[in-house]
Design a binder for this molecule. Structure first.
Ligand code: ADP
Ligand code: 2PG
Length: 372
C-alpha cells in the first residue's frame, strides 16, 4: 500500500501526513506493508518532497519577496535540481498582515536558479506556485541579467505594480547557461498571464490585492508583455496566453519568455522525479490527499495527478483531507473512490487545523479497517 499525499497547507507537511497515516494504519493493520512517497505539485513543499525522495538539500541566502534576505533551499541529485520558487518568493515568507501585492518581487527566485546552475545542474525542475508575487517574473529575470528600464533609463522598481512604468527591456545580458540546460516549468496551475483567468484576477486577492490592485497589476503585466514583444517579437505576446504563464504571479511567463522553459503540469513532473511509477507497481491501494479536496483539486492538483496515474495502472485510490468540498460523483470522476475528511471527526476548522496530526491518525485507522 502506497501513501502519496500532498501537504495539508497550514497544518501538516506532506512528510507529516505520510507519518500520521502510517501510524494510524499500523495501529489497526500492524503487518501491512506501507510505502510513503510524499508528493507535491510544484508549489510550496516541492523541495521537501524531493528531499524525502533522496535528493540532497542545499541552502542559499537570497532576496526575499519584500527585500529582506531569506534562507532558501533547493534540492539536487546528480545534475538534476528541483528549484521551488516559493522557497525564495513564497507567500508563507510574509506575515499575513504584511502582504505586498504590488511590490513583492521574484528577484530571489532568480538568485536561487543561479545557485542551482552554479552547483552544476543541467536539468532544472522549476516548481512554481504558492507565491507572494505578481511581477511576471520580472524580478527573476533582472537577477539573472535582464535590464528592465523606465523612460528615464533607470531600472524599474520591484514588483508587478512598477511594470506600468516599463519603457524598454534588454534581455541580451541574461545568464547564457539557460540556452544549454533543460528548464522545466513545473506549474501547479494552467492560467494565462492576464485577463479574467489571469494571475492577478485569480491569485492576486490571496496575496492581498484589492480589486483595484488587481486592475493595476493586470494592466501592468499586459504592458510588460507588450514591451517584451517590442524587443523579442510577437512570440512574447503569444507566450502570455499559454497555460502556466500565469502561474505564481506570472513567473511562469518570465520563465517561458526569457529562460526557454517548457511548461508541464507540476504533479506529472514531480511524480516522475520522485519515482512514483515503480512505487505504484508495488502497491495495490494508494492513499492520496491534500488539505482541501475541492474544485481546484480536479484542475491538476496533486491528488488528481496521483489518482489519474494510479487508475491508469489499475490501482484503487482513496483520499484523506482536511476539508472535502466536492461531491462523490466528481471525486469518482477524478479516480478517487472515497475521501475521508478530518472535518467528519472535528467540524470546527480551527480545532481541526490545530489537532490535525492526531485526527489524521484516527482517520487512517478507519481507512485501514475499511480498505486493508
Ligand atoms: N487540518 C485541517 N483541517 C481542516 N481543513 C484543513 C486542514 N489543513 C488544511 N485545511 C484546509 O486546506 C486548505 C489548504 O488547502 P491545500 O489543498 O492544502 O493547499 P492548496 O489548495 O493551496 O494546494 C486550508 O486553507 C484549509 O482550508
Ligand atoms: O502562486 C500562485 O499565484 C498560485 C498559482 O500558481 O499558487 P497556489 O496555487 O499555491 O495558490
Amino acid at each position: 500500500m502506497l501513501i502519496a499525499a500532498d501537504k495539508f497547507k497550514g497544518s501538516l507537511t506532506a512528510v507529516q501526513v505520510a507519518e500520521r497515516v502510517t501510524a494510524g494504519l499500523r495501529r489497526v493493520r500492524p503487518g501491512v506493508e506501507i510505502e510513503a512517497l510524499p508528493v507535491a505539485d510544484g508549489g510550496d513543499g516541492t523541495v521537501a518532497a524531493a528531499v524525502a525522495a533522496g535528493f540532497e538539500r542545499r541552502e542559499v541566502v537570497v532576496t526575499g519577496p519584500v527585500g529582506t534576505p531569506v534562507t532558501a533551499a533547493y534540492a539536487l541529485r546528480g545534475d538534476t535540481a528541483v528549484v521551488e520558487m516559493a522557497e525564495a518568493s513564497g507567500l508563507q515568507l510574509l506575515p499575513p498582515d504584511a502582504l505586498a501585492p504590488l511590490t513583492a518581487t521574484t528577484y530571489g527566485s532568480g538568485e536561487l536558479l543561479r545557485a542551482a546552475l552554479d552547483a552544476g545542474a543541467r536539468t532544472v525542475v522549476f516548481g512554481v506556485g504558492g507565491s507572494a508575487t505578481t511581477d511576471g517574473g520580472a524580478g527573476m529575470l533582472t537577477a539573472l541579467g535582464a535590464r528592465l528600464l523606465d523612460a528615464a533609463g533607470a531600472p524599474v522598481g520591484p514588483g508587478g505594480g512598477a511594470l506600468a512604468s516599463l519603457a524598454s527591456a534588454d534581455l541580451t545580458g541574461l545568464d547564457a547557461r539557460f540556452t544549454d540546460i533543460d528548464l522545466i516549468l513545473a506549474s501547479d496551475v494552467d492560467n494565462p498571464l492576464t485577463g479574467p483567468k489571469g494571475a492577478p484576477a485569480v491569485y492576486g486577492p490571496q496575496k492581498g490585492a484589492t480589486p483595484r490592485d488587481v486592475g493595476t497589476l493586470d494592466a501592468a503585466l499586459a504592458h510588460y508583455a507588450s514591451v517584451l514583444a517590442a524587443t523579442l517579437g510577437p512570440r512574447a505576446l503569444e507566450l502570455a496566453g499559454r497555460p502556466g504563464a500565469g502561474a505564481a504571479g506570472g513567473i511562469g511567463y518570465g520563465a517561458l519568455v526569457g529562460l526557454g522553459a517548457r511548461f508541464r503540469p507540476g504533479i506529472d513532473v514531480l511524480l516522475e522525479v520522485l519515482g512514483f511509477a515503480p512505487a505504484l507497481e508495488r502497491a495495490s491501494l494508494v492513499i492520496t490527499g491534500e488539505g482541501s479536496l475541492d474544485a481546484q483539486t480536479l484542475h491538476g492538483k496533486a491528488p488528481a495527478g496521483v489518482a489519474a496515474a494510479a487508475r491508469a495502472a489499475g490501482k484503487r485510490v482513496v483520499a484523506v483531507c482536511g476539508r472535502l468540498a466536492i461531491d462523490e460523483a466528481a471525486l469518482r470522476g477524478a479516480g478517487i473512490e472515497r475521501a475521508y475528511p478530518l472535518s467528519a471527526l472535528e467540524p470546527d476548522p480551527a480545532r481541526s487545523m490545530a489537532e490535525a496530526g492526531p485526527l489524521l491518525e484516527r482517520v487512517a485507522e478507519r481507512v485501514g479497517r475499511e480498505w486493508l
